[in-house]
Design a protein around this ligand. Structure first.
Ligand code: GLC
Length: 491
C-alpha cells in the first residue's frame, strides 16, 4: 500500500526535477508552484503586498521638482521583447540600437509577436535590480512600460499584447519593481512610447505593415490608437503602480494638434499631480530632455536631464560589450551635475532578466565613490565658474572654418550654500590651482576624509593652490570642499 501511494509522487518529483534542469525551470509555475527554486536556484516571484498611496498635489512647481533636483542620478531600463533577438535577426546582425530591431529589419507584426511566446526571464529579480540601482548611487528608476514595439511590460487590461497575458512568464515585472522601489525608498517612473507603436495599425512608425504615417494621421487611425490604447494604458500605469515619479514620453510625432499631447498632460495631472513629465511628449513638460547622450557644453538654466547609454544601445544587444568605464561614467555624472542637470543612465537587461555582470560592476564602482563623495552631487548646484568646461581652439577649425570647441576634463565644480566642491579628475603634480575668486576661504578639506583635516593652501602671484597629500588621493577623482565666506562667488 505504502509503496504504491508514494510512487506517483516520486515520479512527479523526478519529472519536475528533470524538466527544471532541462529547461531552466520554465515549468516551475505550473508543476511545482515555485517550490523547485531550491533546486534550480532561480529567484522566486515575490509575494505581492500593497503599494504606498499616490502623492498629493505639490503646492508649487519648486516643491514638485524638489526630489528631482536632489536626485541628480537615475537608472533607465530598456527591457522588452527586443532583448531576445538582442541585435540579431535570422542569424544576421541588424545595425542600430537593439530596441529598434523590429523597425530596422522590417519584421512583420505577425512574426515579431512570436517573441512573446518564448519570453520567460526566470532570473528576473526586482529586488536585485533595485538593490543594484541603490548600490550604484542612483535615486530613481525609469523603466520602459511600452517601447515602440508596442508590447506592454506590465499587466495591461487594455491590450492582451502584454507580458502577463502573452508570455509563459505570466508575471508583472513592473508591479514587482514598484514594490521593491517602495521598499528601498527609490523613486519609480515609466517610459511610455505614446506616439510610435509598431504593433498597431494606427500607431506611428510601422510603415512596412500599415503604410505611411501621414495617412494614419489624416484618416483617424492615429487618433483611434491614441484614444483606445495609448491614453488608457497611461491611465492604467498612473492608477495601478503606486506613486509614479515621472512619465518619460518619447519621439513625439504629430502630438501638438487635436490636443493630443495635452490629453496626456491632463491624464498625469488627473491621476498623479506630483508626477513629472519629461521633455519629449511634444508639448511642454516639467523639465527638458536633451538628445540621447547629449551633454550641453555649458551650464544650462532650468531643470533638465540627459538620457544616456552605458554602451551604444538601450535595449540589450549581445554584440555590444563596449561599456563606459567607471571613470567615464563618474566624469559625465559630475559634469552634468555641475551644469545643472540630471543624468539618467541606461541598462539593457537580457532575456534571462539580468543586467550584464561587467556593466553592473562598473556601476557599482561609481556607487562606491558616491557613497563617500555623494555630497558633491546630490542636491548640488551649478558651477559658478564655467571656464573649466572648455574653450574654442585657437588652431583647430571645423569643416566650416569655425574654431573647434575643446572640452576640458580636468575638474568640475558643484555648490551648496557656503561650499564649493571641486571634483578633480586630473590632479596636477604641484596641487590643484583654484579658479580666481575673491571670497575668503575658511577651510579646505577632502570630502573623503572623515577627519576633514585642513588642506594646505599656498598663494603664488595671487593664485591659490590646494595641496593634497598623495596617500590621500583616490585614483578616480578627488573632491576638495572649499568653505567660503558668503553664499555668492565674487570674481
Ligand atoms: C531614442 C531611441 C529610443 C530610446 C530613446 C531613449 O529616442 O529611438 O529607442 O528609447 O532614445 O532616450
Amino acid at each position: 500500500m505504502k509503496t504504491r501511494s508514494i510512487f506517483p509522487l516520486v515520479l512527479l518529483c523526478s519529472l519536475a526535477l528533470a524538466f527544471a534542469l532541462l529547461d531552466g525551470c520554465a515549468t516551475r509555475q505550473m508543476s511545482c508552484g515555485g517550490s523547485c527554486c531550491s533546486v534550480c536556484a532561480l529567484p522566486k516571484a515575490p509575494e505581492l503586498t500593497s503599494l504606498p498611496p499616490i502623492l498629493p498635489a505639490p503646492a508649487s512647481q519648486d516643491e514638485k521638482m524638489a526630489w528631482f533636483r536632489e536626485a541628480k542620478y537615475g537608472l533607465f531600463i530598456h527591457w522588452g521583447l527586443y532583448c531576445q533577438p538582442a541585435g540579431e535577426w535570422k542569424g544576421q546582425p541588424v545595425a542600430g540600437v537593439g530596441e529598434w530591431i523590429m523597425n530596422r529589419a522590417q519584421i512583420p507584426v505577425t512574426e515579431y509577436e512570436g517573441l512573446a511566446k518564448t519570453f520567460n526571464p526566470l532570473q528576473f529579480d526586482a529586488e536585485a535590480w533595485v538593490q543594484m540601482a541603490q548600490d550604484a548611487g542612483m535615486k530613481y528608476i525609469v523603466i520602459t512600460s511600452k517601447h515602440h514595439e508596442g508590447f506592454a511590460m506590465y499587466h495591461s487590461t487594455v491590450s492582451p499584447y502584454n507580458v502577463y497575458d502573452a508570455t509563459p512568464f505570466h508575471r508583472d515585472p513592473i508591479r514587482e519593481l514598484a514594490q521593491a522601489c517602495a521598499k528601498h525608498g527609490i523613486k519609480f517612473g515609466f517610459y511610455y512610447s505614446q506616439s510610435q507603436d509598431w504593433h498597431e495599425p494606427g500607431g506611428m512608425g510601422n510603415t512596412w505593415d500599415f503604410g505611411p504615417d501621414g495617412a494614419k494621421d489624416k484618416n483617424g487611425a492615429y487618433d483611434k490608437y491614441l484614444r483606445e490604447k495609448a491614453e488608457p494604458q497611461v491611465a492604467e500605469l498612473l492608477q495601478n503602480y503606486g506613486p509614479v515619479c515621472l512619465m518619460w514620453f518619447d519621439t513625439a510625432r504629430v502630438m501638438n494638434v487635436n490636443n493630443r499631447g495635452q490629453r496626456f498632460v491632463d491624464l498625469v495631472h488627473k491621476y498623479q499631480p506630483a508626477c513629472l513629465i519629461d521633455g519629449r511628449l511634444g508639448v511642454k513638460g516639467d523639465y527638458a530632455s536633451t538628445g540621447d547622450n547629449v551633454i550641453p557644453s555649458e551650464g544650462e538654466q532650468g531643470d533638465w536631464e540627459v538620457p544616456a547609454t552605458v554602451n551604444h544601445t538601450w535595449g540589450f544587444r549581445k554584440d555590444d560589450t563596449d561599456w563606459k568605464a567607471p571613470s567615464d561614467i563618474l566624469f559625465k555624472l559630475v559634469d552634468v551635475a555641475s551644469k545643472g542637470g540630471n543624468y539618467l543612465l541606461n541598462v539593457g537587461p537580457t532575456s534571462a532578466g539580468v543586467v550584464p555582470a561587467e556593466c553592473q560592476s562598473n556601476l557599482l564602482t561609481v556607487g562606491r565613490w558616491l557613497k563617500v563623495n555623494g555630497e558633491a552631487v546630490y542636491g548640488a548646484g551649478r558651477s559658478p565658474f564655467g571656464d573649466e568646461f572648455g574653450d574654442f581652439s585657437t588652431k583647430l577649425k571645423d569643416a566650416n572654418g569655425k574654431p573647434v570647441y575643446l572640452e576640458f576634463t580636468d575638474w568640475r565644480c558643484t555648490t551648496k550654500p557656503g561650499k564649493l566642491y571641486f571634483t578633480v579628475f586630473k590632479m596636477p603634480h604641484g596641487g590643484f590651482q583654484l579658479p580666481d575668486f575673491k571670497n575668503e576661504i575658511k577651510k579646505a578639506y577632502l570630502l573623503s576624509d572623515p577627519e576633514q583635516a585642513d588642506l594646505a593652501i599656498t598663494t603664488t602671484n595671487d593664485v591659490r593652490q590646494v595641496v593634497i597629500p598623495r596617500e590621500k588621493q583616490n585614483s578616480m577623482a578627488n573632491t576638495i570642499v572649499v568653505e567660503i565666506a558668503g553664499d555668492q562667488i565674487e570674481r
